[in-house]
Ligand binder design. Structure first.
Ligand code: HEC
Length: 478
């Protein structure tokens, strides 16, 4: 069973509940701090104070000057907002409208919304503030008007990475292992394995979007070990949109030289980590780790989504993922997918399916601890929720998030699942196309997977595949 996909396909998600951890602007993965401050009373920005406060808190983590996290434009001054936008796949009408008009639309959009999910959407009051200002012709702050205090903006515009919808976010300790260029990881360990391309990637000027993959072979050391943390070190935040890290079976090795991804993700690939702006490092619970067998080498594949909507020339990137390993801990951790591999979405309509799988099918000893979630759908996906249904009828939410294909990241969790529990996953799509769409690996087809990292893993040799809980699920339309 090959699970083919475009590289895009498996890109996905999300982020953290760690508003605080992510707070100080680390959304940016290294955005120049203090940019946000410019919107304050310092006077660099001439936005009216209410607009300045909103923009600086919600937008400047990316739309700073210069922009970062692959945002195509700066949104710091009234002149910026009055400029025409840039047409891109996410904003096809970009060049026909002012950035102010586009901003108003994007605050309420269901696709490619701003700020990008899982950040908290603007409130109605904030939307009204921006809309009124744009409708009034985007006037500058009145002469002599000073915005109180810090101008509400000293935070570097950051990054509330926000996002409700994920249970627990247990990983406060995973904290901010921020990603940033320059942002020191706070995972409490010393990285000893570096996943890095053999050469930096140079983004072609003419290319707006590219998925680039490289493989890294970690040699056998003779001793079994556990991977205990994955820490992103994002190099060029002008072009790195998000990235995925897989552990793959030995037969799936690819070259260490970064190159456009081949469109294949196979059942032997396990998603260990997905970073987008604001995602903390993945720090495994202290009693568990991903296996790093001593007797054989381990192969990882890193898939980096580069975005170059403004066609910057000669941008290079040497992003790496740093792993910490340790002597074996009590439990092997692993990854499984709940959801479904069987559905049909009628043309021109919204569909929701609800799929259930009993935890008892996992061939290891309960209770299970679930410590990370990665919702994954394709372009038509609009919402994904998973609950754990207990035998007494109560439910524990795992994930409940609007889905945005362009913002696929992993979220930390801290949940316990018993043998008698059932995973219930609801996927919602808006099939705007004129054909019915089914499960498949191409981005023109759809997926409904929630990848959960958990322990204890099934023992080596057990009859088991990560996809089993999804393929064996019972689904009904809602
Ligand atoms: C995490 C980074 C990030 C944050 C935070 C963010 N944006 Fe964006 N923004 C992007 C990226 C990446 C794009 C390009 C993709 C797209 O158009 O959806 C973009 C595109 C846009 C565009 C379209 C630009 C064009 O010319 O096509 C507008 C308008 C916009 N953002 C407004 C906002 C506003 C307003 C906020 C705050 C409420 C905000 N953004 C917050 C990353 C971000």
């Amino acid at each position: 069973m090959r699970l083919k996909t475009t590289a895009l396909t498996f890109s996905l998600p999300l982020a953290l509940t760690l508003a605080a951890a992510c707070g100080g602007g680390s959304d940016s993965g290294g955005a120049p701090q203090g940019q946000g401050g410019q919107v304050g009373s310092a006077g660099v920005s001439d936005l009216p104070c209410d607009v300045a406060t909103f923009v600086s808190t919600n937008c400047l983590g990316c739309h700073s000057d210069p922009p970062t996290n692959t945002a195509p434009v700066s949104l710091v001054t009234t002149a910026d907002f009055r400029k025409k936008g840039i047409s891109s796949p996410a904003t096809p009408d970009g060049a026909d409208k002012t950035l102010g008009e586009l901003a108003v639309e994007k605050l309420s959009a269901t696709k490619n919304a701003m700020p990008p999910p899982p950040r908290t959407a603007a409130t109605d009051a904030e939307k009204a503030t921006l809309a009124a200002w744009v409708a009034a012709g985007m006037p500058a702050r009145a002469v002599g008007e000073t915005c109180g205090g810090q101008g509400g903006s000293g935070q570097g515009g950051a990054a509330q990475a926000g996002g409700g919808g994920v249970a627990q976010g247990g990983a406060a300790s995973a904290g901010s292992g921020q990603a940033g260029a320059g942002g020191a990881p706070t995972a409490d360990c010393k990285p000893d394995i570096i996943l890095k391309g053999q050469t930096p990637w140079t983004m072609p000027k003419a290319t707006a979007d590219e998925y680039v993959c490289f493989g890294v072979e970690v040699p056998a050391t003779g001793d079994d070990r556990h991977v205990t943390a994955l820490i992103p070190k994002v190099d060029n935040t002008k072009i790195v949109h998000h990235l995925l890290v897989y552990r793959v079976d030995p037969g799936e090795k690819i070259s260490g030289t970064p190159a456009p991804c081949k469109n294949v993700v196979k059942p032997g690939w396990k998603l260990y980590y997905a970073w987008g702006p604001g995602t903390p490092a993945a720090v495994l619970p202290k009693e568990a780790g991903y296996r790093l067998p001593g007797a054989e080498s381990t192969h990882y594949i890193v898939n980096v989504h580069y975005s170059n909507l403004t066609h910057l020339d000669g941008e290079k990137d040497a992003t790496e993922i740093q792993l910490c390993s340790d002597k074996p801990r009590q439990y092997d951790a692993d990854v499984l997918a709940v959801g479904s591999t069987s559905f049909s979405l009628p043309a021109h309509s919204k569909s929701t399916i609800e799929c259930t799988t009993k935890a008892a099918i996992i061939p290891s000893t309960a209770p299970y601890k679930v410590f990370q979630t990665w919702p994954h759908m394709h372009l038509l996906g609009s919402h994904l929720a998973t609950d754990i249904l207990h035998s007494d009828g109560t439910k524990t939410p795992v994930t409940d998030l609007p889905y945005d294909f362009y913002n696929q990241i992993t979220y930390p969790l801290d949940l316990t699942v018993d043998k008698s529990d059932t995973f219930v996953t609801r996927c919602t799509w808006d099939n705007t196309t004129s054909a019915s769409v089914g499960f498949g690996e191409n981005t023109s087809q759809e997926m409904c997977f929630n990848f959960l990292s958990y322990y204890p893993a099934p023992p080596p040799g057990a009859t088991w595949a990560w996809i089993a809980p999804a393929t064996l699920a019972t689904c009904k339309k809602q």
